[in-house]
Design a protein around this ligand. Structure first.
Ligand SMILES: Nc1ncnc2c1ncn2[C@@H]1O[C@H](COP(=O)(O)OP(=O)(O)O)[C@@H](O)[C@H]1O
Ligand SMILES: [Mg+2]
Length: 279
């Protein structure tokens, strides 16, 4: 099954983590899908969005994050027992009960240096490959929330996952991030690279003519495979980032038109994934 998706834009702040959150919660609450979220960003935004700060700090202190998994499997050549690092049943949405998470830690950047310094990139690819090939069977969808930029870790996820999904803001800098990724993808095709599942236009301001122009321009290039549904810049999506200590309903977190947009985007994603599955 091809169901592993790296969410990536070389530019930060385009909504990668927010969209991973909204897609995972909608796939779980509305479609009964089992979802694994891998936090592959040292800033750990998606970990913060999916669990209480206190719980995350304990996991980080106890060495239960993606970083610790890589230390064992890549630096120490131990068997890649990724399941030990999975936190089950995360998310503050009461109806989204099938989301698991491998959290992250700021030490990811140090680990990346260590991997490069000791020439262990091949071990890294192998560990990621093993994790993904087993997770593919255990989950309906696996999302890897990546860091901006193109570190060896991000490159490995992009090459090993089945797909990549690229959120972008309808502005110049973010679209440069897209062009950069496309160029990078074409550089070493023999090394493998996930297929582009699509580009999501995010944080669009319906009042701004510039946003409309960029939206139009992005859609004009079929290589971008833009999703029909653009995500508007709205307060509920901004607030979604804050983990609520009390479980909340899906409708409270994604109210009204925002919920409509998130569900329509999720439907498109499901349709595309199904279509590509058959090929
Ligand atoms: N559609 C949206 N409307 C309003 N705010 C958004 C939207 N998408 C993301 N945000 C906010 O923008 C900021 C950056 O989003 P984030 O998901 O962290 O981006 P990235 O993961 O690409 O760095 C966060 O404060 C987030 O809450
Ligand atoms: Mg992020």
């Amino acid at each position: 099954m091809r169901n592993t998706i790296t969410v990536m834009n070389a530019k930060g702040g385009v909504g990668k983590s927010t969209l991973v959150l909204a897609l995972a919660e909608t796939l779980s609450a509305f479609h009964g899908k089992r979802v694994l979220v891998v936090d592959a960003d040292a800033q750990s935004s998606i970990s913060h969005m999916l669990m209480p700060q206190q719980q995350l700090t304990v996991l980080q202190d106890e060495g239960q994050t993606l970083v610790d998994f890589f230390v064992a499997s890549v630096l120490k050549d131990e068997p890649a027992l990724w399941r030990q690092y999975v936190v089950t049943g995360v998310s503050d949405v009461d109806d989204a009960r099938s989301i698991d998470l491998i959290p992250c830690d700021t030490n990811l950047t140090l680990l990346e240096r260590e991997i490069s310094k000791s020439d262990r990139e091949a071990n890294l690819r192998r560990a990621i490959n093993q994790l993904l090939s087993e997770a593919r069977m255990a989950y309906d969808f696996v999302f890897i929330d990546s860091a901006p930029g193109l570190s060896v870790v991000t490159e490995s996820w992009l090459r090993e996952a089945d797909f990549h999904l690229t959120p972008t803001r309808p502005d110049y800098i973010s679209t440069r991030g897209l062009a950069f990724l496309r160029k990078f993808r074409q550089r070493n095709p023999e090394m493998g690279f996930g297929e582009l599942l699509g580009t999501i236009i995010n944080m669009k301001d319906p009042q701004a003519p510039e946003d409309e122009q960029y939206d139009h321009w992005l859609r004009g290039d079929p290589e971008n495979r833009c999703f029909r549904q653009a995500m508007l810049r709205v307060t509920p999506l901004q607030s979604a980032a804050y983990f609520s200590p009390r479980p909340r309903s899906y409708w409270a977190k994604y109210p009204g038109a925002t919920g409509d947009q998130v569900r329509s985007l999720t439907q498109e994603l499901l349709a595309r994934a199904n279509e590509l599955q058959r090929r």
